[in-house]
Ligand binder design. Structure first.
Ligand code: 3HC
Length: 303
């Protein structure tokens, strides 16, 4: 069972109010871990339906975490969930939610123009001192930051799915990110009981830069007929200690996302093209809308 760890944060710690843009799996997860750890957080999305969906994700996940932490104590479980909800508000008004935030985190659709448009709008409303961060996994942070007048207050803050369970956060510094911004983000990450690592603004940062070519090479191995995808998964779980095999992970991350990242990197030309060369199996699955867990079928079938 997990114990509650306490992290020391620097005396200058100043992020209290966070606004999260996007109530999808990532946005909801970030909202939850912030709230669970005493930060005041507002989750924003464009429609009430989207916000309601995000709240459902948080509710299910909070219940799960409560069960884990306070196994045999129903009162404490209820208290834990209620206390987290006390720190969460929601909104569909992106501007109003920006006004008094110390940190604004974006976890919306992976489209450069949409992200730039949002940040450019928020730039005019948010406090001068407020920090902007993107949870993008496939786009260049410095390019998003260019849409604002606060490139020194801009960085990447990259969480992993499932956010409440995965302990890592990548803090991405661009050439313009200030030390103060960087240190505040390291602090807030620790306050959320996550372990931060630091990376430059390079394709895939650390985790995806290694994970995506590994998954793609697994698909090629099976395409060449060298082993079945079930055996590759068993091999990597039992022989390399991975919690999920590469095909289970591909279905978990989503095959559209995987292809989108690989295609984007290839077109961007910043990483060796052979690492992200097109793969027929992947392209075919995506064309047939077999995108993994979210559509019920990918490399595996899900009921
Ligand atoms: N919310 C809260 N807790 C959750 C959760 C959620 N959504 N999902 C899982 N958990 C917790 C469970 O409560 C359980 O806790 P316990 O062990 O303390 O009781 C624990 O996680 C394990 O869950 P399960 O027993 O249900 O299932 P597994 O043991 O199979 O673990 C897994 C599930 C945590 C998803 C594990 O398989 C895993 O770590 N897989 C790898 C995930 C991974 O690599 N993620 C990164 C993907 S890349 C990415 O996100 C980057 C993006 O940019 C593409």
């Amino acid at each position: 069972s997990r114990s509650i760890r306490s992290f020391s944060t620097s005396p200058s710690f100043s992020i209290q109010k966070i606004t999260i843009y996007g109530a999808g799996l990532m946005g909801a997860g970030i909202t939850q871990v912030a709230a669970q750890n005493g930060l005041n957080v507002t989750m924003v999305d464009v429609s009430d339906e989207a916000v309601q969906k995000g709240k459902k994700i948080i509710d299910a996940s909070l219940t799960r975490v409560a069960k884990r932490i306070h196994k045999d104590d129903e009162k404490k479980r209820t208290e834990f969930v209620e206390n987290a909800w006390k720190n969460i508000s929601t909104s569909t008004d992106s501007s109003a939610a920006a006004v008094d935030a110390d940190l604004l985190v974006e976890a919306i659709v992976e489209k450069m123009d949409v992200k730039q448009k949002l940040f450019s709008q928020l730039d005019k409303i948010a406090k001068k001192s407020a920090i902007f961060a993107s949870n993008t996994s496939s786009l260049t942070i410095s390019e998003i930051a260019k849409a604002t007048s606060r490139e020194e207050n801009f960085a990447g803050l990259h969480f992993f799915n499932p956010v409440p369970q995965m302990k890592l956060v990548e803090v991405i510094r661009t050439d313009k990110t200030s030390n103060d911004t960087y240190e505040k983000l390291m602090d807030v990450t620790k306050k959320m009981q996550k372990t931060p690592v630091t990376c430059k603004d390079t394709p895939g940062f650390i985790v995806n830069r290694l994970l995506v070519p590994y998954i793609l090479e697994s698909i090629r191995l099976v395409e060449r007929g060298e082993a079945t995808h079930e055996d590759v998964d068993t091999a990597m779980k039992l022989g390399a200690g991975m919690p999920m095999g590469p095909f289970e992970l591909a279905d978990f991350v989503g095959l559209y996302t995987l292809k989108f990242i690989a295609d984007g990197w290839r077109q961007g030309g910043k990483i060796d093209a052979h690492l992200v060369a097109p793969i027929k199996t992947l392209d075919d699955l995506v064309a047939r809308n077999h995108l993994g867990r979210k559509t019920g079928k990918g490399f595996y079938s899900y009921s």
